[in-house]
Design a protein around this ligand. Structure first.
Ligand code: NAD
Ligand code: DAU
Length: 339
């Protein structure tokens, strides 16, 4: 049987493709990825020569390509991860987020409906719920109140996917996951950015007062949840996925510095992200009770293993950090870090 993973060369996508090949070897994984700045075939080097992984470079918004691919590979199910994924970039330039995340998803959904794909897993995010106060957690029925252009574009694609279920009967399941961490995460996101900067003894830019809270989940636990939802989720349902590992950004950055034995004097408080969501926390009761999923890694173990991976794989991030990323980093942090 063949499954299509979109965005399979990104952070979560590449972990998912590897996970599927290891845990479901009978499935052939067709991986459609445009290889934007965030997509990297090096993330899948281990699968070179594996006939069970078919890479196709292309755009989810290319209707003809998507339809022919669904037909040619007789795709049974789709795990849709391709997206522009970084909040700060969506503030610098929202248009691409609408094109990729909204229009791209709509084109993909329509193609799946026309080509009679059996199941469509829409990988959405907890950011669609907006921000929490100091207590409580998002459930699947929390109001959709996105704050950033990124989260608004994800909320649109998430709701479009549900609309394709309600209106056309496409078998859609939506997942809304909290912040992921682990190997192969692009160093624009908090954890890899801080680790890589610390390894260079460069300043660590903490937005605002560092009191914003995120709920962290190891990417491998997320991949297991996605396979569980693909295989057992109920059509038309939404499943929150979270690790129950809330951390204030500042505490997390301090933990990273302690693990790397680097001084806290590297921390710089910089101008806050506009519209910065204060706190995310996931209530994962539904996926736990209905589908029996729960995270296996503790945050402590997962974080140490992740830091070790970045320490052991400097070639990966040195390569990723060159060129276009340098330019983005300078635009995003210019005048914020000093020195
Ligand atoms: P990422 O930015 O690392 O990867 C995105 C991938 O999509 C890249 O490989 C890129 O080349 C590809 N892509 C972009 N535009 C494309 C297009 N038009 N056609 C085909 N491919 C395209 O993102 P990630 O962090 O791995 O996130 C993957 C998905 O999971 C996203 O949909 C994101 O919204 C969602 N998500 C992420 C997190 C997180 O913490 N990272 C949490 C919850 C949900
Ligand atoms: O919650 C799920 C979401 O998590 C996903 O949908 C997004 O794709 C993913 O990027 C992530 O969004 P965040 O905005 O939470 O992640 P990011 O790593 O960009 O930031 C995490 C926190 O750290 C946030 O409060 C902002 C802060 N931060 C981030 C950066 C890059 C800093 O303080 N300094 C930084 O330089």
């Amino acid at each position: 049987m063949n499954v299509l993973v979109t965005g399979g060369c990104g952070f979560i996508g590449s972990n998912l493709v590897r996970h599927l090949r290891a845990e479901r070897p009978d499935l052939t994984v067709v991986n459609l990825d445009l290889l934007t700045y965030a997509g990297n075939l090096e993330n899948l080097r281990e699968l070179e020569g594996d006939p069970g992984h078919v890479f196709v470079r292309g755009d989810i918004g290319d209707r003809e390509l998507v339809e022919s691919l669904l037909e040619r590979h007789r795709i049974d199910s789709v795990l849709h991860l391709a997206a522009e994924s970084h909040v700060d970039r969506s503030i610098l330039g929202p248009e691409l987020f609408v094109r990729t995340n909204v229009l791209g998803t709509q084109i993909l959904l329509e193609a799946c409906y026309r080509k009679k794909v059996r199941r469509f897993v829409m990988v959405s995010t907890d950011e669609v719920y907006g921000s929490l106060g100091p207590t409580g957690a998002f459930t699947e029925t929390s109001p959709i109140q996105p704050s950033s252009p990124y989260s608004a574009s994800k909320a649109s694609s998430d709701l479009l996917a549900l609309a394709f279920h309600h209106t056309f009967g496409l078998d859609v399941v939506v997942t809304r996951c909290s912040n992921n961490y682990g190997p192969y995460q692009f160093p624009e996101k908090l954890i890899p950015l801080m680790v890589v900067n610390a390894l260079h003894d460069e300043a660590l830019p903490v937005y605002g007062d560092g009191g914003n809270v995120r709920d962290w989940l190891h990417v491998e636990d997320h991949c297991r949840a996605l396979v569980t939802v693909l295989e057992q989720g109920r059509a038309g349902e939404v499943y929150n996925i979270g690790g129950g590992a809330e951390q204030r950004n500042l505490d997390l950055v301090r933990m990273l510095l302690a693990t790397l034995r680097k001084p806290e004097s590297l921390i710089r408080f910089v101008q806050d992200r506009p519209g910065h969501d204060r706190r995310y926390a996931i209530d994962p009761a539904k996926i736990r009770t209905e589908l029996g999923w729960r995270p296996r890694r503790t945050f402590q173990q997962g974080l140490e293993a992740t830091v070790r991976w970045y320490v052991d794989n400097p070639d990966w991030w040195k390569h990723v950090k060159s060129g276009a990323y340098r330019q983005y980093y300078e635009t995003q942090y210019r005048g914020r870090l000093g020195g």
